[in-house]
Design a protein around this ligand. Structure first.
Ligand code: NAI
Length: 301
């Protein structure tokens, strides 16, 4: 294909690549020339057990198609071992796709500390562990592409997913700061909130929907975000079923009270319509943008 986006010479770590969306990312990157570490612990969707079968079968698929890949069976909680595998086998790491995930869905009043901890450990802490191990190598090279996997549940909330929502939006917060730290070193960090029919979602969606929302529809965006030509960083994207879109923060004009004078809960109530009115809303992108509005109010009174 003319102008094909290629990954020759690049090493990609894809976590949770034995099934679903991660498998699809690994296959696409490998088909475009990347050397791929196919990481998968091989446990159940609830995070129980482990097996080498899932990662092995994806590596076999990649090799059968003429690509290069190595299987890794470590948990993302041992992110250092996964990155070491990339260094030992392929001599570096250029791309990290943090994708591994589990669910422990239960309404909050029934949620155990174990349900909370395991979801946190795999999603937020696992994402941290893998990225933390790869980051110094990418900085040294002056090149890196990181994709985080969040979820609509984190962005909007979802019944029975307080643990998962917290971890998933935590991942986005993590990405926001890494974006700032990575920018001058050509390290780009983006976050996706995918929707796909997989073993994770097969009990949540009708069967006919699971069959048509293919994991393969998520991977073209991930591959583009991982490409050297892509200058996007700090983005948050919803992606699934062939639909790709970007999200941003929106802030109302608000109301500025005079901070030199006392103002009361009743004053807040009196201005409530204005405080929550999104007409002509702003779209702050930095912490400085946020603080600026406060300073402007302080100085204008
Ligand atoms: P999946 O269950 O098909 O695949 C997840 C893979 O991660 C599995 O192969 C599993 O063995 C692996 N894994 C789990 N814990 C691991 C650990 N500690 N270390 C290494 N590997 C581990 O799920 P799916 O749907 O492909 O999900 C992929 C990612 O996308 C997850 O982070 C999920 O939370 C996220 N996501 C998926 C959505 C969907 O609609 N499928 C919706 C929103 C987010």
């Amino acid at each position: 294909m003319a102008n094909e986006l290629r990954f020759d010479g690049r090493v990609a770590v894809v976590t949770g690549a034995g099934n679903g969306v991660g498998r699809s990312h690994a296959l696409l990157l490998a088909s475009r020339g990347a050397k791929v570490v196919v990481n998968d612990l091989g446990g159940s969707r609830h995070g129980e057990g482990k097996s080498s079968a899932a990662a092995d079968s994806v590596v076999a698929e990649i090799k059968a198609a003429g690509g290069e890949a190595v299987a890794n069976y470590d948990s993302v909680e041992d992110g250092g071992k996964i990155v070491q595998n990339a260094l030992d086998t392929f001599g570096g790491v250029d791309i990290v796709v943090n994708n591994a995930g589990i669910l422990r869905d239960v309404s909050f009043h029934k949620m155990t500390v174990q349900d909370w901890d395991l979801v946190y450990r795999v999603h937020l802490n696992g994402t941290f562990r893998v990225t933390h191990a790869a980051w110094p190598h990418m900085r040294e090279k002056g090149y890196g592409r990181v994709v985080m996997t969040a979820s609509a549940s984190g962005i909007y909330g979802n019944f029975g997913q307080a643990n998962y929502s917290a971890a998933k939006l935590g991942i986005y917060g993590f990405a926001n700061s890494l974006t700032i730290e990575g920018r001058t070193k050509n390290l780009h960090v983006n976050t996706i909130a995918p929707v796909a029919g997989s073993r994770m979602t097969e009990t949540m969606m009708p069967k006919e929907v699971v069959e048509i929302i293919k994991s393969e529809y998520v991977s073209p965006l991930v591959a583009y975000l991982c490409h050297e030509s892509c200058q996007e960083t700090g983005g948050l994207f919803e992606v699934g079923g062939g639909w790709v879109t970007k999200l941003r923060w929106e802030r109302t004009k608000g109301h500025g009270f005079n901070p030199k004078l006392p103002f009361t809960p009743e004053d807040i109530a009196g201005k409530w319509d204005r405080i929550v009115d999104f007409t002509n809303a702003d779209h702050p992108v930095t912490t400085e943008d946020s603080v600026q509005a406060v300073l402007v109010n302080l100085k204008s009174k």
